[in-house]
Write a protein that binds this ligand. Sequence first.
Ligand SMILES: *Cc1c(COP(=O)(O)O)cnc(C)c1O
Length: 727
Amino acid sequence: MAYTLQSPASSLATKLPSNLSSLSQLALNFWWSWIPEGIAIFRDIDASAWEQCQHNPVQFLSSVSSEKLAQLASQLTYIQRLESVAAKFNSYMQSPHSAWAKQTAPDITPQRPVAYFSVEFGLHQTLQIYAGGLGILAGDHLKSASDLGLPIVAIGLLYRQGYFQQQLNNSGWQEETYPEQDLETLPLELVRESNGKPLKIEIELGDRACKIQAWRVWVGRANLYLLDTQLEENRHSDRQITNRLYQADNNVRIAQEMVLGIGGVRLLQRLGLDPKIYHLNESNAAFTLLEVAHQLGKQLGKSFEQVKTTVQQRCVFTTHTPVMAGHQTFPVDLMSEYFANYWQHLGLIKEQFLQLGALEQEAGKFSMTALALRLSKAANGVSQLNGEVNQQMWAQLYPLEIEPAPIAAITNGVHAPTWTAPLMSQLYAKYLDENWTRRESDRLLWEKVDEIPNAEIWQCHQQLKQDLIAHVRTWVKQTRLRRGEDRELVEQSECLLDPNALTIGIARRFSSYKRGDLIFRDPQRALQILSDSAKPVQIIFAGKAHPADDKSKHIIQHLIEWTRRPELQQRIVFLEDYNMLIAKKLVQGVDLWVNTPQRPQEASGTSGQKVCFNGGINCSILDGWWREAYQQRADGKGVNGWAIGEDCSLDDPEAQAQKDVEALYYLLAEEIVPLFYELDTQKLPYRWIEMMKASIKTVAPMFNTDRMVSEYVNQMYVSTANNAAPV
Ligand SMILES: *Cc1c(COP(=O)(O)O)cnc(C)c1O
């Protein structure tokens, strides 16, 4: 099927002088965002305007004056730099299918790619279609697949209003606003038919039809298609389906997931793609499986039972949630309403259809995870512990002789080029390998971190920390101005935090299992540690709570009370509206990352991994990825960071929290703070630096998405074993 694309940002091309035209080409592919020269080529035009538009190159270029552009066009050094970035980009784009991919996964080709389905994608702060770790994982997966030259196409939803914007009111209570994203300033191309008309597909939501259009986003060599129901011909309520991420209303959720799963498969077919593998990132993408079955049945003229094995062979499923209550279900009445015409397409009767999502203990519900497990050849959790917990949780679906349940574990990683600060990346280029990002999983490469002189790595880290603090001061000032706080308080923002103090980062989605305020559980102890004037400790917090989660909003409010204590005013800050930009600055600038989830609920966690690539150190509960990464010496002391508590958990959450916080206070007071402030004759914290290096060397080669995507290829995509599907 022929189709063409047009860009809403194509006006850029006409605005730019001809020798700058490759800027518009770069602006329309997120590749620039993970290449240091790509970032610099925009930023160096006007650094403060670049900051003001949150590093959005489309918006930025439209705002630069024609005089400035004309001036730039006559600067030889700039033009040469631009040509060199453009050449690098073109050469990257020319080889979408690598020799490695051809050899490792010969059946996966550009016509038969991997199709990756997810309700959220975290690619860049300017495209607000993510809420947290699940989305960042999807974005990093795509970027690494592109870097590795693995043919992949992704399907998501274009949330016109994103997740939400967080503002805290004067009493520290979270309030949500939902501004519309300005699509004109985003690198989106509406997918069109060859006649220029927008390409539209249709699905049935119960007894009504719903039209869907699609936007294409370039992520390096990979395409992400974002589905969108904001169309005149749809009923008013159906236009809102793709408005917001994670709404509480089940009617919206089920419709969104039908748009994603059923609409996504139909779109790929219209685009002439026949995916070899469908990869579902979490069960809210599981309706994909039904539509794969539907299309196969139609093509082959076969019944659901006859195509079931083929569906399983093509589908793999990644599960995240380690608690039963977190797994999504829909009431069967709702399923019956929305799928009223659909089971016939599959050649099933209603009871057979509902059976696909049936779980013994969830009578009257349709379990999306049960559906996903039943129709996939392979499933995995996102860390070893998460895999084991899921094996136990889902054993009920498998015959008794299959024990343990065949749910594998592939531990999450991060896309190193995205999360590593350009300054740090330069250091790796100088001492490790100029092309270090192509050898991320090579342990020998990372051994060379020892060759970086202490003074140089420390100076780099200090610079990143100062950059973080400068950003924090600006952000906090803006917030205080908005809230109409006292002038004095507004001005005080400019001297918040001390660049020489031990700086802790605590940022995440606020959800009660993450226990974001655990560090304040014993106010006396916390105060003692934080208010030591000889060895100061400061904390930067950030994170959103789900709009319907009052418990977590109370946690945030509790943190805000702490930021207002007079004795700690310069030492504790909370940054509003956590996003990928704040996350980047934080993970690149803090000394220590503290994560205190309630075991085993942190499926993996990835923030701490981002910190390691930048020389920060972790102090966390032995849950998720950290349980695999943490290394201990014979005397029980940490080699590459600190473990809070032990590799086991109590049944009583209160007792557990008390035990954990005591362990945390002990580590801070007895080990972490003294280590940070122990200086050598050059005034360098030499033992801290030693641990920074150990952290990089042990974490970087393992917890990156290049390693992770290779494992998905080998263990999930090419494996022929039909090993996970329950009967
Ligand atoms: C990395 C990242 C996360 C993931 O957080 P974890 O607590 O490690 O799961 C969430 N939000 C943003 C913005 C991130 O960059």
